[in-house]
Write a protein that binds this ligand. Sequence first.
Ligand code: CP
Length: 309
Amino acid sequence: MRHEHLVTAKQLSRDDVEAVLDRAAEIAANPAAVRERHADKLLGLLFFEPSTRTKMSFETAIKRLGGDVVDMGSVDSSSVKKGESLADTVRVIEGYADALVLRHPQEGSARMASEFVDVPLVNAGDGAGHHPTQTLLDLYTMREAADGLDDLTVGIMGDLKYGRTVHSLANVLTNFDARQHFVSPESLKLPRSVRYDLHEAGAKVRQHTDLETILPELDVLYVTRIQRERFPDENEYRAIAGEYQIDADTLEQASDDLVVMHPLPRVDEIAPEIDETDYAHYFEQAHNGVPVRMALLDMLLENARGDEE
Ligand code: CP
């Protein structure tokens, strides 16, 4: 992979994905081999929105590579509260760190910020835009659980309008010629821009308002949370909340090998009774964030080192 920054999943070719996933598998098999690999490196964490998995797995990843983090901390305790712009903030923090990880509520913020810095910048979620490292760990999980990424039939259900993990995943699945079934209420369909990207890529796509008819065909069911925080009108959220949930009864029509995934956090989309079944892969998916982000950081930091020499 030869990118300075990772700001959108649209950057990721099939070769890029395979390179990161292969490196992640090597690291997962022998983490001791990379324990001191980036011993002098600092990763700058800039999280303008809440996060558990992405922030902590990036922190774990750099520490397991021998490095450390410098963390901007909460927006409330930073100079963002005094009105400092995102451009100034990243320009300052690139002087403290060897790479930056940015989560921000504004779509397009990662691309804009990347134009102000020379160190690698990774988009950890920009509003309802993209979340490319989530896609890498989603594909790693899918590859392990479904025994490869080719010829898959994938159902993606829930909030397809605001769900940035969906926008990233749908784009990258086109590199693997997946059949994609999108299941959502009419009001939360994929945005026009994402549908356009999929059309341009020649993706095999169908849209549905209920899961029942296509469930038996699926190899993977990727469930997402309705993104309450992104609804301009709380009443609109309430009208939809509670729909698009799965439980043991729902999965009676599924293949025994179905892989159920979710980027997490979940609210009530997947009943806890599914957690102990062979369908459930979402906790393993979250854990896979560490080797995948280790692989990505390793490659970006190596590229940056090569550029300095
Ligand atoms: N999947 C994901 O991005 O989780 P967090 O919001 O906890 O980082």
